[in-house]
Design a protein around this ligand. Structure first.
Ligand SMILES: Cc1cc2nc3c(=O)[nH]c(=O)nc-3n(C[C@H](O)[C@H](O)[C@H](O)COP(=O)(O)OP(=O)(O)OC[C@H]3O[C@@H](n4cnc5c(N)ncnc54)[C@H](O)[C@@H]3O)c2cc1C
Length: 388
């Protein structure tokens, strides 16, 4: 198959800097040559990620790529977004791996950690020598994390943490867990080495979505951590929620990659598939679907680019990320479903990417704020009335 060329109906390439195009193109080549040949095997093995690629991902500068110092790539937020797009063109599991490591683990250490914590962890995480996970969701609290039951109490010079976290990406792969827990002072973030006594990670099996990604349940039973494990510069839900804004920003770009992959596959397939004496692409119903895909990808690109530029200018608001994440995931999922449909029976096998992206996007619609929760965030923003 010819190399993936991307989708650029409005010549948006002209709006990217050379650095941004270079970042995108190098990740595109990595995904085509090194990641995609492996994906089928990992999807078939429930919950396995190609860990042998971690040093390559690090070498490309993709962990915490929009952070500064400590060996980070210091990319613009638009370059970072394009990187996420290309990773998710491969698989949402690949983008999730990088999103969690950068947006949910490195970001809180960078933004809220002490200098000692930054020096200790960021060089390890940027190089992929250490893997991190982000423990916020609990079995009974996903959208409404303020109800979390995980609790940390002071003991001597440190803390003791008890609780359960569920649906944690990379939980059993991680050497470091960022654990959010209730304390007498409000919600605090803790840097917990996963080898500490009382910490256990068990993988969740039987996932029909994000199969090439490890998802775990974390059990913390009297896990003792020293005082300098707590992130000193944030208290309350502002801590985890600002991490989520970073990761949701990456998702808003990432899903464009999944949508592009599905559109590209459907376009090529329908041009070659003969039905009723001619190519399937020549039928009106097919063209309606392909035009929908191109239109929605183009609109999603414009949204992502605008929020990216605003983020680079320090003017991005979390509600803008809610709108963009919600819209872009929704249209990517519609595009994946339509692409799967156009492929007919072939659309249900893993020789093609549409169904894999489609089921992955069901997770992406749920995690990092569900589709409806983002609607409620936006509804409150425009009316001043809280309906959540
Ligand atoms: C593969 C995967 C990986 C994940 N990785 C991580 C991770 O690394 N770290 C982490 O902390 N979490 C992670 N999550 C968890 C994810 O963020 C949560 O699943 C998500 O926040 C939704 O929570 P929930 O599953 O409890 O659903 P619920 O909150 O129970 O929501 C169920 C339904 O109810 C709706 N709903 C909820 N509240 C309202 C309301 N007030 N009004 C109307 N409708 C409402 C929702 O929109 C949804 O449709 C992951 C999840 C998955 C599937």
């Amino acid at each position: 198959m010819a190399d993936f060329q991307g989708v650029d109906f409005l010549h948006l390439d002209e709006l990217f800097s050379e650095e941004e195009r270079l970042a995108r193109d190098s990740v595109r080549a990595f995904v085509s040559k090194e990641f995609l040949p492996r994906i089928q095997q990992h999807v078939r093995q429930d919950g396995s990620f190609p860990m042998e690629l971690v040093p390559r991902i690090a070498e490309l500068g993709l962990f915490g790529a929009n952070l500064t110092g400590y060996g980070c790539a210091e990319m613009s937020n638009v370059a970072y977004g394009l990187v996420m797009q290309e990773l998710e063109r491969g698989d949402s599991g690949l983008r999730s791996f990088a999103s969690v490591q950068g947006g949910l683990v490195m970001y809180p250490i960078h933004a809220f950690g002490s200098e000692v914590q930054r020096q200790r962890w960021l060089p390890e995480l940027v190089s992929g020598r250490a893997i991190g996970c982000f423990g916020l969701t609990e079995p009974d609290f996903g959208s409404h994390v303020s109800g979390m039951r995980t609790r940390a109490v002071r003991k001597g010079q440190g803390w003791v943490i008890n609780g359960t976290k569920r649906w944690i990406t990379n939980g059993s792969l991680a050497q470091l867990a960022v654990i959010w827990a209730q304390t007498d002072e409000g919600v605090r973030g803790f840097l917990v080495e996963t080898e500490r006594p009382g910490f256990e990670a068990r993988d969740i099996k039987g996932k029909m979505s994000l199969r090439a990604s490890v998802t775990s349940e974390l059990f913390l039973h009297d896990v003792e951590v020293p005082e300098d494990s707590v992130l000193p510069n944030v208290t309350g839900l502002r801590g985890p929620l600002s991490c989520l804004t970073q990761a949701r920003y990456g998702i808003a770009w990432g899903v464009i990659g999944a949508a592009m992959a599905c559109y590209d596959e459907a376009l090529r397939y329908t041009q070659e598939r003969m039905v009723d004496g001619g190519p399937l692409a020549g039928k009106q119903l097919t063209q309606e679907k392909l035009v929908y895909m191109l239109t929605e990808i183009t609109k999603a690109q414009l949204l992502a680019l605008r929020v990216g530029r605003l983020k680079d200018e320090g003017r991005l608001e979390h509600v803008m990320v809610s709108l963009t994440k919600r819209n872009n995931v929704d249209v990517a999922l519609q595009i994946a479903r339509q692409a799967r449909d156009l492929l007919g029976a072939n659309g249900i096998v893993d020789d093609y990417c549409a169904m894999r992206h489609m089921v992955n996007l069901e997770t992406v619609r749920t995690y990092e704020g569900t589709h409806d929760v983002h609607m409620l965030i936006l509804g409150e923003h425009i009316t001043g009335l809280r309906a959540i």
